[in-house]
Design a protein around this ligand. Structure first.
Ligand SMILES: NC(=O)c1ccc[n+]([C@@H]2O[C@H](COP(=O)([O-])OP(=O)(O)OC[C@H]3O[C@@H](n4cnc5c(N)ncnc54)[C@H](O)[C@@H]3O)[C@@H](O)[C@H]2O)c1
Length: 434
């Protein structure tokens, strides 16, 4: 199979072989085509940033690379982060109250990179102020908030994006397309995990700032590992499955970082689709041996979208005699008793990895909470800036964010209540298939 070079993927989007089919099945990518780029050439989206901490500052770096973007204002209610962000882009005006920023008529769109607990409020206020909105994941802290935002967005003519960057990550896009084209046969399950070995804490200059700075650890601001990490991975599973799981069971605990935090540092969940397929999800932040993987398991192979590789079962079909000699060579038989129940370890086979695309795949060590390189974050931000100019909404992005956030929140509910949770009728939206 001919692989596509990562460097050319977005440059040629829509024009490469199969490009039209790709755009039809992933319509949110239309704003990334050469034609869309031409439409906004020479024009500028005037955007403002609300929340200029680590992720906000990362977005400033990306904005500098987007030709059709102009950062006109930055807002943060923590002066240290406001000053740090302003130093990155001194031309922007600064605000400490986002309401004041929303009153400014020269701003087309806002980028919200505040803690999760404030996403819904600031998004609703921004839409009401007539701004296009790009909000960081996840959508909101509660299902009620998600529904309010979804309803407000549906009634609005403004564009709304959530930073579900895997939807704009070339190796995910191509990998999902290859899965849908039958590369690994029938998809029979999904296995995602995210392991880190770090406490998820940030240094706090004085104790009254603990909850503001370490907001990820407290339930008034954060839904923990699910909305910070799993949200991206569950979104990919739904994208591949083309539908939503009907129920979830799971267990969550604070196993190692017993430092006053309120969110789990260890979660294991199973999401089940109506046809019996399952997503097994696990995250632990006191051991990083397994790293992060989004594995799609098919009858004929496996795709690891994170690494940008696939493995085929046929590569692993060793003819009987060769296998027998191999087993004799490696003395595997020595471990098998001649009488009584025989057992030998069924070890993971060494599959040959095939790249989904040519080109470097950047790998994050897991220390950073902000991003890895070339993960689609710059592309989705550029798409938002395009929407600020054209006024066009992105297809599927809000819906995918709603679906994955809902699954994260229901997963937390299952863990908190130690029971199987079925997807509630009142939070279903027309986009969802079960
Ligand atoms: N898409 C991704 O891969 C990705 C990666 C990292 C973080 N994030 C998301 O980005 C968001 C921010 O994360 P972070 O690590 O940058 O957090 P952070 O704590 O570093 O930054 C948040 C900033 O928001 C400011 N803030 C809080 N409330 C505010 C308000 N009402 N008005 C103005 N400013 C306010 C804080 O003072 C802080 O400077 C979170 O939602 C997080 O989940 C997404």
């Amino acid at each position: 199979m001919k692989t596509i070079d990562r460097r050319n993927f977005f440059k040629d989007l829509g024009y490469m072989t199969g490009g039209a089919a790709l755009l039809a099945s992933m319509p949110w990518l239309k704003s990334c085509t050469p034609a869309a780029r031409e439409e906004v050439a020479g024009r500028k989206a005037r955007v403002a940033l609300i929340g200029s901490g680590s992720r906000g500052q990362y977005h400033i770096h990306n904005l500098k690379t987007i030709e059709h973007a102009e950062l006109v204002a930055i807002c943060d209610d923590y002066p240290v982060n406001l000053e740090a962000a302003h130093a990155l882009f001194p031309g922007a005006r600064t605000y400490s109250d986002y309401h004041e920023l929303l009153d400014q008529k020269d701003i087309d769109g806002v980028i919200i990179a505040t803690p999760l607990g404030s996403h819904a409020r600031i998004t609703l206020d921004s839409l009401a102020a007539g701004k296009h909105v790009f909000c960081e994941k996840s959508m909101a802290l509660t299902l009620d908030e998600c529904k309010s935002v979804y309803d407000a967005y549906s009634a609005s003519d403004r564009a709304l994006y959530y930073c579900m960057q895997r939807m704009y990550d070339d190796k995910y896009i191509k990998g999902v397309q290859m899965i849908k084209d039958g590369l690994i046969g029938e998809v029979t399950g999904m296995r995602c995990h995210w392991f880190r070995n770090a406490d998820w804490r940030r240094p706090v200059p004085s104790p009254e700032l603990e909850r503001k700075i370490n907001w990820r650890l407290y339930r008034e601001h954060s839904a923990g590992l699910m909305t910070e990490l799993a949200t991206h991975q569950l979104e990919v599973c739904n994208w591949v499955a083309g539908k939503m799981p009907v129920e979830v069971a799971g267990l969550g605990d604070i196993v190692y970082w017993k430092d006053g935090r309120e969110v789990y540092d260890s979660v294991s969940l199973t999401y089940r689709y109506s046809d019996g397929r399952k997503i097994t999800y696990e995250s632990l932040i006191s051991n990083k041996f397994n790293g992060m993987e989004d594995q799609i398991l098919g009858k004929d192979g496996t795709v690891d979208l994170t690494r940008g590789v696939y493995y085929l079962e046929e590569d692993n079909l060793v003819p009987g005699m060769k296998r027998l000699f191999g087993e004799i060579d490696t003395k595997i038989f020595a471990a098998v008793p001649t009488a009584g129940p025989s057992w030998r370890p069924e070890l993971k086979s060494a599959y040959t990895p095939h790249p989904i695309m040519e080109g470097h795949v950047a790998v994050n060590s897991g220390e950073s909470m902000v991003s890895s390189d070339a993960d689609g974050s710059d592309k989705i931000l550029a798409a938002f800036c395009t929407s600020c100019i054209t006024g066009e909404k992105a297809e599927n992005v809000v819906e995918e964010a709603y679906c994955s956030t809902a699954l994260c929140l229901l997963g937390n509910q299952a863990m908190d209540e130690r029971r199987v949770v079925t997807f509630p009728e009142e939070y279903k939206i027309p986009y969802m298939k079960f």
